[in-house]
Design a protein around this ligand. Structure first.
Ligand code: PLP
Length: 394
């Protein structure tokens, strides 16, 4: 049987990680993999998470099953964090999932179940896993223009033109904040125009929010998601706790299905439970419990929010530093977009050949589409990167 299998494409980012590991040059810089790293290159465990973990170890008395959609306390805490009071709680169905990827996968499952005809509109570019999961599931994908390679901002006119092709029941996948891989984001006026268009077309938004707190702040980064949830008749929201709680390996995420029809809630909630049951039964609990404890305890919550704010500000500082270094070296504002982008990533907007040149000649590793993880930098490596970008002729 197994001899009938065909080799699947390797994950490009994981392959890059391996290459980096094997590179003997001491000056090498890793801007590839999508995890936050502090100035020492460490992905730390947040203090509030560590404290919660200690408390949990002391207090937890059983490891018995929790529930098919996870602990309701986790859903409540996350809905509060992401949606605030944008919508009443009784119109939000929610299920814990294994990470944000699990939430994305379950969202696609729910879409396919509800409307097998739905086409999924995705930004060009988007997080590659969106595309590979959709392909694996055999769902129809339509891409819409998103990144303007001249300005390195959003090609909003192109995006709206392409979304003009939406048909009733189609789904528009949008990044709630901190677009991965580009770092370029819509402003709230543009979000409103997208909402108006989706309403006109009868399309359904699906928001993937994986970096709340990494862009402009916890509230600010949720603003677009809240606007969508409050304005549209229905939407799906896939959230990840991997980055903003630093609990990548705990696999903690939440899928929300929002319907303005409160009578729809029971069916949506039941469907989410059913889909969890079919795919993995009970979702992981450990990370979800830590998140719940942090969000419910005022002191832990304050610690977490301030540590997250430090993370956010350090990335903004690195962005500004890099933009300044490049401004000084080139005498132009060509790279000012780096300071305007938000989140962990920026797309430099250069060719695969130049990305390869940066790797071969300067030991700088970024993804082939020129996505850089800004958190891979520190005050020492920013000038080195700026110099390499100039020397490579980016
Ligand atoms: N969505 C986007 C856009 C992401 O960048 C990521 C992580 O890289 C995820 C979802 C899901 O992350 P995880 O499954 O690790 O929670």
């Amino acid at each position: 049987m197994f001899d009938r299998l065909t080799a699947q494409p390797a994950d490009k980012i994981l392959a890059l990680m391996q290459m980096f590991k094997e590179d003997p040059r001491p000056t090498k810089i890793d801007l590839g993999v999508g995890v936050y790293k502090n100035a020492e290159g460490v992905t730390p465990i947040m203090q509030a998470v560590k404290t919660a973990e200690k408390q949990l170890w002391e207090q937890e008395t059983t490891k018995s099953y929790v529930g098919l959609v996870g602990d309701p306390g986790f859903s409540d805490a996350m809905i509060d964090l992401i949606l605030g009071d944008a919508v009443p709680r009784n119109i939000v169905a929610a299920a814990a999932t294994p990470g944000g990827t699990g939430a994305v996968r379950q969202a696609f499952e729910m879409i396919r179940m509800a409307n097998p005809e739905a086409r999924i509109f995705v930004s060009d570019p988007t997080w590659p896993n969106h595309l590979s999961i959709l392909k694996y599931m055999g769902m129809e994908v339509v891409s819409y223009r998103y990144f303007d390679s001249e300005t390195r901002g959003v090609d909003f006119t192109g995006m709206m033109d392409d979304l003009g092709a939406l048909r009733s029941g189609d789904v528009v996948l949008l990044h709630g904040c901190c677009h991965n891989p580009t770092g370029a984001n819509l402003n709230l006026v543009e979000w409103q125009s997208v909402i108006d268009l989706m309403q006109k077309k009868g399309a359904v938004p699906m928001i993937d929010i994986a970096y709340q707190g990494f862009g402009d702040g916890l509230e600010e980064d949720a603003a677009a998601t809240r606007l969508v949830a409050a304005s549209m008749p229905e939407c799906l929201i896939a959230a990840s706790c991997s980055k903003n709680f630093g609990i990548y390996r705990e696999r903690t995420g939440l899928l929300m299905a929002v319907s303005q029809e409160a009578s729809q809630h029971g069916l949506n909630q039941g469907t989410l439970a059913f889909l969890n049951r079919q795919n993995y039964s009970f979702p992981p609990d450990h990370g979800a419990r830590l998140v719940t404890m942090v969000l419910q305890d005022p002191s832990l919550r304050a610690d977490w929010a301030s540590e997250l704010e430090e993370v956010r500000l350090s990335m903004l500082g690195l962005r500004q530093h890099l933009a300044d270094e490049l401004q000084q070296r080139t005498g132009s504002d060509r790279f000012a977009f780096l300071a305007q982008h938000r989140g962990m990533f920026s797309r430099l907007g250069t060719t695969p050949d130049l990305v390869e040149k940066l790797r071969a000649e300067h030991a700088i590793y970024m993804v082939g589409d020129s996505r850089m993880n800004i958190a891979g930098l520190n005050a020492t490596t920013v000038p080195i990167l700026a110099q390499a970008i100039v020397e490579a002729g980016v």
